[in-house]
Design a binder for this molecule. Sequence first.
Ligand code: FAD
Length: 292
Amino acid sequence: MKISDIFQTKKTVFSLEVFPPKKTSKIDTIYDTIERLSDLNPDFISVTYGAGGTGTGSLTAKIASDLKNTYHIEPLAHLTAIHTTRQQATDILTELRENGIENVLALRGDLHPELPIPGDFKYASDLTQFITDFGGFDICGACYPEGHPESDNLISDVTNTRPKIEAGATHLISQLFFDNNDFYAFLDRAKLAGITVPIEAGIMPVINKAQIERMVSTCGASLPRKFAHMVSRYEHDPEALFDAGIAYAVDQIIDLIASGVDGIHLYTMNNPRVAHLIYTRIRKVLEASNKA
Ligand code: FAD
């Protein structure tokens, strides 16, 4: 099923993200995770892609295929552009198509200093256009409530998001954020820029201090005062920080759903226990939204 069709029937879409296990881990660990995530009845599960297909990249198509054909959950296969050639993109899209996968998240990808840049795709919008021309896929794009770290300012950031939609993206998933006001301000800018496709809010439950430091350094998310207080108060008490982190994510999600968000995309970090704890606290709210 195409994800754009899911947005036609649901007021609030609920989706999850998983990543392929590291090369040193057993592939089966991801299937235990998916098995447990399937209880959450997600509308789709996205599968990340390693830069240029390195590391775990080649597993993305396999996991997406198993999601579709074994677990009967709609997959969204991520694909990155900057270190990928047209031929590699063709090969991956062919494999996805042969496995019945209909949805791709087209990304530029982060720049990897050790990998060559073939120059076939510069931006995510170039890959999006390539996939549109290839045919047969619903395409999703990324967006950044606080602006992409390389963007000059918030206006050029949203202006640079438009070409993805003009090239064929039918929905956007946001980078994680901890202050819903950043997301609402982004929605206002997107509307002013003429972006009308559904935009899902990406939510990352933060449950330990190392994760917070990693998130801030890799994606530049700012930490609102409420969040910073929580971390400084409980950083030396892992159990308290775990509970507080779950409560913080639940609070964010309920506010977003009550405000009419198009969807919640939960970055599960392959942790089904956390996803379950959140889901049990938002299930009724999600159901009420989709009944209304
Ligand atoms: P783009 O949209 O191409 O934007 C990159 C930069 O170029 C931005 O600063 C933008 O403003 C600018 N830009 C875009 N178009 C133009 C233009 N026409 N002219 C001038 N400037 C322009 N990374 C992975 O490696 N694997 C994954 O699986 C993965 N999944 C992700 C999922 C989500 C939901 C998100 C939000 C990010 C994900 N990332 C992933 C990270 C992503 O690859 C990086 O954030 C990357 O730096 C930007 O990707 P993009 O697709 O947003 O790029």
